[in-house]
Design a protein around this ligand. Structure first.
Ligand SMILES: *Cc1c(COP(=O)(O)O)cnc(C)c1O
Length: 478
């Protein structure tokens, strides 16, 4: 399987060649040359597989440059019941990696994806990335120093995936004093020598600017082998395709049935995987995209106009992991939407890269979005609170604020009889106690193993938002 850039001006590469890099050299994102079509016989055979068996079957269709026996070991070690033991809701399938929990039987279900070490769905892909990195780096005799900025979920998922991995260091910047006590405890209590927490005196965007400044120093970047694990990484999208298949099998009895998925969305990573699963032939009726008040993507699917906001226009909301002004994976979807015409894609993103917008309304492409299954909606703080309260009162389940955005928008798009909607549960409520308290007047339950983590010793250095200081910090430690 070869991978192409959406902008059409970069050499086609194999999986391991794009695994450690970020953008393609022409500024585009990598996608497989074609999506494998999964026929009825394969779907029938896959229905009975375990999570790791299914993951192996799917990944094998996209990765042909890791020896099959090695890939099998990697995948089996990634998706173990031991790693995904923090199960959110009691259910018949509580022993599974991603149990399905029906709220309204046959109609509305949660696919619980946040049972891993950081209680957010990002673990599902990041844990695989950690094992893939270790494998490929060892084979090539290379090292990588991952540099990133986080406002919470991504950084902790990356650290838990990379902790103790050979040939990998993580330098993660976070805004000093801005994350919740729970999120700080999760990250800063890691004691592994390869994990470096740096609290920056400033907001998240200040930390992110420092990361960009360091990464823009090309000689430093090359000399210290600086890399990233951000959401444009193809392997992260790939790992997320698996749970759409898994959710489909859990919600249906036969492969003649259809389901729809509702997906809380920020960088268009998670729902991009759903789009690819649908292109592969998984019987998905609708992909219901849900945003919060930062509604660039909902605006596109309603109007045809994609108008990324400036960072200063991004609103701080109570579903913070969806507070984005520009959806970094959206380019992958639009590439497919315009019939994989790289020239056209490049013309559109020329405008985006200059801080502008593009408008596809009135073009045949915009009409096509329905054929791609997409519908959308948005949610605001009051909706989030109402939805959390309603689901708690009616179903006895406490959902997190991001999942609540998904449930709210799912309910606005009722599906025909017999087509259930599966809402992807992207985090556990325990991570967002303030909003839960505001909604239902009590603290969310914490899964066993997280009691009192705020009291563990913490390892973190506080630094000024100064790129030179960060470079010196990294140089002294690798
Ligand atoms: C990252 C994240 C999202 C958004 O996912 P994308 O892949 O960026 O669309 C939603 N909810 C939670 C809890 C997250 O951590």
């Amino acid at each position: 399987m070869r991978y192409l850039s959406t902008r059409g001006n970069a050499p086609a590469l194999s999986f391991c060649d794009i695994l450690l890099g970020g953008l393609a050299p022409d500024g585009g994102l990598y996608l497989p040359e074609t999506y494998p079509r999964i026929g009825r016989a394969e779907l029938d055979a896959w229905r009975g597989l375990s999570y790791s068996g299914l993951a192996l079957a799917i990944l094998s269709r996209f990765i042909d440059d890791i020896p099959p026996a090695d890939l099998e070991t990697l995948v089996r070690e990634t998706y173990t019941a031991e790693t995904y033991r923090f199960v959110a809701h009691r259910s018949e399938q509580a022993a599974e990696i991603t149990p399905l929990h029906w709220l309204e039987p046959g109609k509305l279900a949660l696919l619980s994806l946040s049972n891993g070490p950081t209680l957010a769905f990002k673990d599902m892909a990041m844990q695989l990335l950690g094992n893939l990195f270790e494998h490929v780096l060892a084979r090539r005799g290379e090292t990588i120093n991952i540099l990133g900025a986080t406002s919470g979920d991504t950084g902790s998922a990356a650290e838990y995936a990379m902790r103790g991995k050979r040939n990998v260091n993580v330098f993660m910047l976070s805004p000093h004093g801005r994350m919740s006590a729970f999120q700080r405890a999760q990250m800063y209590s890691l004691q592994e020598a390869n994990i470096h927490n740096i609290a920056i005196t400033g907001m998240f965007d200040v930390a992110q600017d420092v990361v960009k400044a360091v990464a823009n120093d090309a000689p430093f970047k090359a000399r210290y082998r600086i890399g990233a694990v951000n959401s444009i990484n193809w392997a992260r999208v790939l790992a997320q395709i698996v749970y759409y298949f898994r959710g489909y099998f859990a919600a249906t009895r036969s492969n003649d049935e259809l389901v729809s998925f509702a997906v809380p969305t920020g960088n268009f990573g998670n729902i991009c995987a759903g789009h690819i699963a649908r292109r592969m032939g998984l019987p998905i009726a609708r992909l219901i995209l849900a945003t919060n008040e930062n509604d660039v993507l909902d605006e596109f699917f309603r109007t045809g106009c994609y108008r990324p906001r400036r960072a200063a226009e991004t609103r701080v909301t109570s579903s913070p992991s969806m507070d984005i002004s520009k959806a970094s994976n959206f380019e992958r979807f639009v590439f497919d939407l315009v019939g994989r015409d790289a020239d056209r894609l490049r013309a559109l993103w020329e405008k985006v890269d200059q801080g502008g917008a593009f408008d596809l309304s009135g073009t045949p492409y915009f009409a096509e979005r329905a054929a791609f299954g997409f519908v959308s909606g948005r949610s605001a703080h009051a909706d989030r609170l109402d939805t959390i309260r309603d689901v708690f009162e009616r179903h006895g389940v406490t959902i997190d604020p991001h999942t609540a955005d998904g449930v709210k928008v799912a309910r606005e798009h009722p599906q025909p009889d017999g087509i259930p909607v599966i809402v992807l549960e992207t985090a556990q409520a325990a991570k967002f106690a303030d909003t839960i308290r505001e909604a239902i007047g009590r603290d969310p339950e914490r899964p066993a193993g997280f009691a009192g983590i705020e009291d563990l010793p913490q390892k973190v250095d506080v630094l000024a938002p100064d790129a030179e200081a960060i470079k010196a910090y990294i140089a002294a430690r690798v």
